[in-house]
Design a protein around this ligand. Sequence first.
Ligand SMILES: NC(=O)c1ccc[n+]([C@@H]2O[C@H](COP(=O)([O-])OP(=O)(O)OC[C@H]3O[C@@H](n4cnc5c(N)ncnc54)[C@H](OP(=O)(O)O)[C@@H]3O)[C@@H](O)[C@H]2O)c1
Length: 258
Amino acid sequence: MTNMKGKTLVITGATKGIGQAIAEKFAQNGVNIAFTYNSNGEIAQVLVNELESKYGIKARAYPLNILETDEFKPLFEAIDADFDRVDFFVSNAMIYGRPVVGGYGKFMRLKPRGLNNIYTATVNAFVVGTQEAAKRMEKVGGGAVVTMSSTGNLIYIENYAGHGTNKAAVEAMSRYAAVELGEMNIRVNAVSGGPIDTDALKAFTNYEEVKAETIRRSAMNRMGSPNDIAGAVYFLCTEEAGWITGQTIVVDGGTTFR
Ligand SMILES: NC(=O)c1ccc[n+]([C@@H]2O[C@H](COP(=O)([O-])OP(=O)(O)OC[C@H]3O[C@@H](n4cnc5c(N)ncnc54)[C@H](OP(=O)(O)O)[C@@H]3O)[C@@H](O)[C@H]2O)c1
């Protein structure tokens, strides 16, 4: 079994939902956590205290707006001041609400501004975050990067064209990164989730319908939970996944095939 104790995870958007579950999963296994928040600074501090007291690891929270990609460099410099190494990077945060206007909607209503914001939040944030993380991972002999994707790039989900196309793009980008970062002993993969019960899903205008349809389609006859995703992300960062790179693991309870 991989010894993960004393390693450091950097993850964007861990105040709630999937990001929070991932942070907790790594902390349970002795990994120190540097995570970002956007609007929920107070919740982030509560989470820092909880992770430290429950799991005896070091945790710190940093503000980050993924739409401002210039913020990644100073973010990692702040992380350097608090942590002596970076081993794992998970590109998880996602925008919602106002910035996705024109990006979340039916095809005939899509607007370049909303679509570009989703590209920035999905692909650019992955690229600049991974570049900064990779420089640190190289110094400790390697590491692992995981980007969050979703099965909305494989199957039709109402109003999801903007997100779905950008998830397809980030999966492709992660394969390019995997090829070029392999020489630094850095593996890069994506986890593509089916619908998971989080605030992001609750923001869907047809949330109840999506939830009922997910349960109906799932071979497991239930909705996906953030912990379902966290397990796959954690696995991809362990030595057990040492020859897995440039891949997308679909974690969807069997919903995509049905
Ligand atoms: N839920 C699903 O069905 C599902 C399925 C597949 C994939 N995913 C993917 O999984 C990831 C996490 O989704 P989730 O459902 O867990 O979302 P969520 O519960 O809504 O959490 C979103 C996170 O992103 C942060 N965030 C929001 N706007 C931001 C911004 N402008 N800059 C930086 N951070 C920002 C939030 O921070 P604050 O709380 O501090 O604002 C929060 O921590 C996303 O990449 C999503 O596309 C989700």
